[in-house]
Design a protein around this ligand. Sequence first.
Ligand code: C2E
Ligand code: MG
Ligand code: MG
Length: 764
Amino acid sequence: MSLLHDSPGSSPPEPPPDTALERTLREQQTLLDNAGAGIAFIRQQRVVRCNLRYAQIFGYDAPEDLCGQRSESFYPDTTAFRELGRAAYPVVSAGETFRVERLMRRRDGSMFWGRLTGSLINPKDTSEGSIWIIDDINEQKNAQVQLDAAIWEKQILLDNAMVGIVYLRDRHLTRCNRHFEQMLGYGPGELEGSSSRRWLPDEAAWEDVGRRCYEPLAQGLSFEGELPLRRKDGTPVLCDVRSKAIDPSNLALGSIWICMDITERKQAQTELIKVHAELESLVAERTQQLRDTVATLHREIDDRKLDQERIYWLAHYDPLTGLPNRTLLAERSTQAIEVARQDQTPISVIFLDLDHFKHVNDSLGHRVGDALLVQIAKRLRAVVREKDTVCRLGGDEFILLLPGANAKGAARVAGKLLEASRQPYQIDHHELTMAPSMGIAVYPDDGNDFDSLSQSADVAMYRAKQGGRNTYRFFTPEMQAHSVRALQLENALRRALERDQFSLHYQPQVCIATQQVLGVEALLRWQHPELGMVSPAEFIPIAEDCGQILPIGEWVLRTALAQLKSWHTQGLILPSISVNLSAVQFRQPRLPELIARILADAGLTPCSLELELTEGVAMDDPRMAIDTMDQLHALGVRLSIDDFGTGYSSLSQLKRFPISKLKIDQSFVRDLGEDANDRAIVSAIIRMAQALGMHTIAEGVETREQFDFLRDQGCDQAQGFYCGHPQAADQLQVYLQACRKAQLSATATGKRPNPTSAFTAFLR
Ligand code: C2E
Ligand code: MG
Ligand code: MG
């Protein structure tokens, strides 16, 4: 069957069998049957005839199956079919061949791309039908679509890549994306065909890149590196560059370069490194600062610790001697008492006060006083056990806490302390002895707690002082009452002068040989409205301790001398007056000047005054005592040693004192009748005084026997109730006048006056 035979528009009458025609037709048929393309003859929109390929393209087995088939069925839908018709008509009707690629539909409904070529058999008469040749270009079309998509994607990539992409061939740009141009500041297409030298900074750099990159490219490797490029305006741009040959075996095909501007990144990196370095150094600096701060903190903590330790130390120790202070002693005592309570063991507390320490301070100054205290503290510490506490309360007061020690133990310690104090202390060139007075209280009998124990020990110490110092006393309940009185007296003493509570009594001092009254001793009396008459033996030590003795002593001196002056004025002959001078007074600075002034104020010569000193004045500092005595002596004032025999004066010391008289203590005189020892002592004192060129006076002479004994021993003077009681000035005046009368009558009769009659007339 021939396609051409069926052409509707031209159905020529069947020619007679012609071998040539037949052959031509056969050739045509063969051509149609073997054509690679599908060929169909369409008339009235239906298939009139087609070749096998056409049938196969549309999914039919044989061309016959398609005959009469509507051509519209080959298109996806009616719209597509009509659209094709509208497109083809103008072309084919103009005698042209219409060519188009369209989506076609197969028999099974599946779509495929076909390339259609159509033309009218007779352009002048469309009814004759048309010939359509179709190629199944589905695969080709799909491949093209994929290729286009790939190209499209590539283009998108190129256009939108944030990196510059360059194709080079023979080091000349064949293509690049916009980013590359923008990166280097060129307009679109401006770099087309340019040598890569154009964007390298100089010839040398360009050649260097050539040397470095083409070798790896030839080996199929990629070149990677940072290259400094140059923008159109000459400014540098640093790029991270990667490149690869399109075909390593044929470098002539060129290479692809991907360039990323890392100038900013690099700058940022550099900046970052810089910042990092700065940060590092800042951190290092900060670390060092921190380290310094920590070190300072540590130092501060250490300092604070030291401060705290120092504060603790200052709060608990005496800065001068390093001994525990009262606070620490109280703590330790409380602990010790707790232990003692549980274990039923004793505790002893020794209250120690240095005798006459104040004089050291007054006369030698505080520096010597302090140095002495330090040495004494050492000595105290050396005497006691490790577990005992030696505390300095302040001034010259110490407390020793002896846990476990009973009264016997405490007495032993006190004895050792007395013993230790006998050794003189060497401070600079001064050789000082410093005796302690101690009071002992024992737990639990004398107190249950620290306060009551230390109070009891204090009271006992006070009693030790009253008992002659340089000794110790145990506390007794009776002492408590006494200490209360001592306090009362001290308070009352402070006002006694201003309230005019003092007066002086005068006791005659008689020449044993002639019974003449040679002088009187002024004795202080204190009449208190509530306390009554208080004995000087009781209040003088208190006045010495509280310092009141100085104004009181001066008052005594002035009053006594004024009295003597008054008697002189009245014509009573009394050569001198004796005034007791306390050791505290004796050590006051510039005593000789004071005495001279008082004498001058009274209008008397110095020989009218005799000062009674005790042996104690020379005990602490003999050198200074001698110096003061010498000055007084030089003044013309006479000096005597009162209560002689009870102190510690050594003969060698005595020799150096400018003393005119020794007053034999009344304790030796009292028992002269019964005690052979006392007799021996008294006569020894008298002889010794004679040997030293001193006078003697016995005090407390109460009997004729005592008087006679003294006379027999060569004693110069007597003082005591036998010769006359201490009495007020007006009474003494009467006494003196009587004596004078007796004396006169004795002189007239040529007899010696009977001492008894002379004196006892005035005995009261
Ligand atoms: P003293 O200086 O040894 O005075 C002698 C003391 O013996 C006086 O006691 C006196 O009244 C007393 N007395 C005199 N004759 C006899 C006697 O025959 N038998 C007895 N048993 N006693 C006699 P007084 O007045 O109580 O004075 C006691 C001490 O007080 C004095 O001892 C003296 O050390 C001190 N004293 C008195 N007045 C002063 C003063 O003005 N200044 C100072 N610093 N001490 C004074
Ligand atoms: Mg006296
Ligand atoms: Mg005396």
